[in-house]
Design a protein around this ligand. Structure first.
Ligand code: ADP
Ligand code: MG
Length: 733
């Protein structure tokens, strides 16, 4: 499967520029170029610009993961440079994903002095392959002392380079991995690539057992992430210091109308938002990102964008570009894009449903159940390997999506619960049950739905309904990990997914190889497969749950089944440095012990910093904006009462209201001081202790303060309240 052509196909399938399509729906290359990928140094561009043998050797490298010949690199670099300059680029950048959760870039000019008083354009093979940014200010979690600040970026040739266009500037963006001078991963991409290799290796073993031919030499993991986000009018955004600083509201009373009427979900898209979406899509098409779906989400002001899936590392790079593009384009329409997992209390949060599957280089989706699923033993082996992986490492999966932001979302009544379970649906559950007790004999069929009106078509019914309450659902021919947070990088949860499934495939392959021997007969192999599947199902079916994941009964049931329930980041992050996790990562060479530990430290430190920033922002907001407004209101009330009394008119109810109001203000002020005190007496030393302190002492105070602040908002004169309300932020579109 060639990278770019697969993606072009996807977009061709995804779009409906019918007027340009020939009879079988294909769009002319010219048209594709005009819309899609024209700012990408794609395989097609390379084919046009590189000498034939160089192109062939590069593709060899890409498809077989062989090391790149430096001479090939020189020729590719020269072609890339010419292409970039012809398209207006003046600079290039090695673009990477450090452990900040963002992307990083350092720009270098494509123009250099020629040593004879002139200038020339230059990008050498080594410029392309390796960069050396100063690593000292990126988080390393103790992997590198600041005096050893050297870091390297290494070209990821499997993720296409593209052009980033700003106002009157164009930069050539080269996707890279980022490592320390000792080779330790300081980024999200290095372990993701390693985990893809690990999975490919083990999946191929299983495929060989099933007789795959030599043409199958690689198994890719494929990822398509649905991105949810909010849009807020930019003027209102700037009037909310909490949104500006923390990306979420720290105060804000619930509006009378929130999402009760369920009238926003899939509703008609507001015109300003529609213009914004169209421009985002256009920019994404240009850089070769095949976005496909757009719609309103559940909460007012909430939307979603989803691309067509791609190989995991490309998809994860593209995810970062999608988030960045949403943020960059929104201001052109007077909007601010908010990617926080829970910007508004009491309303739906934002997630990033991570659709994940495995696909051979020949284009076969290994999680496609096909029609007669009960006979499709290869599929059932891959399915059960995933079930086994998720059950064995539910805690690690939970940890992979843990963050202070996501704590607001998981377990609340609209997002997946923090207990990891798998939804399989009726058809697969039925087959699993048959397998457990014998040889499966049937595949449940969905049949057709008769709509009862002559003019409507008969619809084929899926053999299972959807289940929105499951954190990890089988959805037709892929798994959807729904607990991933909207602002998170997809790379890390996918690294964990790939690694845990690699381990299960390894186990499964070893068992089958042992049971069936090297050249098994069909019958012997099938018997071995059935025995193995039965064992896996018996041991791991406890993780399968098709019911309502939000219900309290499930929480009790999950506990009975012994499934881990890690409620928040403080409980789940330490899973990373368990012996079991470290053994897993080191065994598959995805991360060394030090690299795992560094990730743990970075995550828990980030958690602490974030809570501290929020609590300090809250204290400032309370003192500098809310209290002055509240005092003003109090003064008005008091003046009215005093004036009324001195005019000898009875105003007992107003006096009582004033007393109540002052009481509320007093409680607000003392809770505010209390929070400030808690901020001032942070424990020194151990970060886990610190995180526990923040969760136990600071967060409850923040919650109390917020409740009081929100009560005040509902009582203070609207003209005095210093912050835009939820009503304004969510409904001015
Ligand atoms: P839903 O009904 O859950 O919205 P869609 O079919 O619209 O499902 O797909 C949602 C996402 O799943 C899209 O980004 C899509 O590209 C992705 N997806 C589909 N098939 C696969 C696959 N085999 N591997 C990974 N992602 C996939
Ligand atoms: Mg979905």
């Amino acid at each position: 499967m060639s990278l770019i052509s697969a993606r072009n196909k996807a977009v061709v399938a995804a779009t409906s520029w019918k007027e340009n399509a020939n009879s079988n729906g294909a769009i002319s290359q010219e048209r594709v170029d005009a819309y899609f990928g024209c700012d990408v140094f794609s395989q097609r561009v390379m084919r046009q610009r590189l000498p034939k043998d160089v192109y062939k050797r590069l593709i060899q490298t890409l498809e077989h993961g062989e090391p790149l010949d430096p001479q090939v690199a020189d020729v590719v670099a020269a072609a890339m440079k010419d292409w970039a300059i012809e398209n207006g680029a003046t600079h290039y950048t090695h673009w990477f994903q450090p452990l900040t959760g963002l992307t990083a870039e350092k720009h270098d000019s494509l123009v250099v002095p020629d040593g004879q008083g002139g200038m020339l354009y230059a990008l050498s093979g080594s410029d392309l392959c390796q960069g050396e940014p100063d690593a000292s200010s990126f988080p390393s979690g103790g992997l590198r002392a600041t005096f050893e600040a050297r870091g390297y970026t290494a070209w990821d040739a499997t993720s296409p380079a593209f052009l980033m266009r700003g106002e009157r500037n164009v930069t050539l963006v080269i996707p890279t991995a980022f490592v320390s001078w000792t080779g330790a991963a300081l980024d999200q991409k290095t372990p993701l690539l390693r985990s893809m290799d690990a999975l490919s290796k083990q999946a191929l073993r299983v495929l060989r057992i099933f007789g795959a031919d030599r043409g199958v030499h690689r198994v890719y993991t494929t990822v398509g992430a649905e991105q949810e986000y909010f849009l807020v009018d930019r003027n209102l955004y700037y009037a909310r210091p909490d949104l500006v600083t923390c990306d979420r509201t720290l105060f804000g009373a619930r509006p009378p109308k929130g999402q009760q009427l369920e009238d926003h979900y899939f509703g008609s898209i507001p015109p300003r938002v529609m213009s914004f979406m169209a421009e985002v899509e256009k920019e994404l098409y240009r850089v070769g990102i095949p976005v496909k779906t757009r719609h309103n989400e559940v909460a007012p002001g909430q939307y979603e964008i989803a691309p067509v899936f791609e190989e995991a590392n490309v998809a994860c790079d593209h995810q970062m570009v999608i988030m960045e593009t949403l943020k960059r384009v929104a201001p052109r329409y007077g909007l601010q894009a908010i990617l926080h997992e829970k910007p508004f209390a009491g309303l739906n949060g934002s997630g990033k449903h991570n659709n994940w599957s495995m696909c051979t280089n020949t284009g076969v989706n290994l999680l496609d159940p096909q029609d007669e699923t009960h006979t499709n033993m290869q599929f059932l082996v891959f399915l059960c390997a995933v079930i086994r992986a998720v059950d064995l490492h539910a805690d690690l999966l939970r940890a992979s999506i843990a963050s202070a932001n996501n704590d607001h979302r998981l377990g609340a009544n609209e997002a997946p619960p923090a207990i990891i379970s798998i939804f399989l649906g009726d058809m697969l559950t039925d087959i699993i049950e048959q397998l457990e007790t014998g040889t499966p004999k049937r595949t449940l069929k969905g049949g057709a739905i008769d709509l009862g009106a002559r003019s409507l078509p008969q619809l084929p019914r899926h053999s299972g309904d959807r289940n929105r309450t499951s954190p990890f659902a089988f959805t037709g021919n892929k798994f959807e990990f729904r607990a991933v947070g909207a602002s998170a990088t997809s790379a890390w949860p996918n690294t964990v997914m790939n690694t845990i499934v690699a381990e299960s495939l390894d186990d499964v392959a070893t068992e089958l190889e042992r049971a069936a021997g090297s050249k098994p007969s069909e019958a012997k192999l099938m018997a071995a497969v059935r025995t193995m599947l039965r064992k896996v199902i018996k041991q791991h079916k406890r993780v399968v749950f098709n019911g309502d994941g939000y219900s309290p009964e499930w929480h009790r049931e999950a506990e009975k089944r012994g499934l881990p329930h890690l409620r928040d980041s403080v409980e789940s992050l330490p899973v990373l440095k368990n012996r079991k996790s470290i053994e897993l990562f080191t065994r598959y060479k995805v991360l060394t012990k030090q690299e795992v530990e560094s990730r743990f430290h970075i995550s828990i430190e980030k958690y602490c910093k974030q809570i501290l920033i929020e609590s300090e922002a809250m204290v400032l907001l309370g003192r500098q904006l809310i209290l002055p407004a509240v005092h003003e209101h109090q003064q008005r009330l008091a003046a009215a009462v005093a004036a009324t009394q001195s005019a000898n008119v009875d105003c007992a109810p107003q006096r009582a209201a004033l007393r109540q109001f002052v009481d509320l203000v007093n409680r607000f002020a003392s809770t505010l001081d209390d929070l400030a005190d808690a901020d001032d007496s942070q424990p020194e030393g151990d970060t886990v202790e610190h995180a526990r302190y923040l969760r136990g002492q600071v967060i409850p105070r923040m919650e109390r303060l917020r409740a009081l602040g929100d009560e005040l908002e509902l009582r203070v004169a609207a003209g005095l309240w210093p912050l835009p309300s939820y009503r304004e932020m969510l409904f001015i579109k």
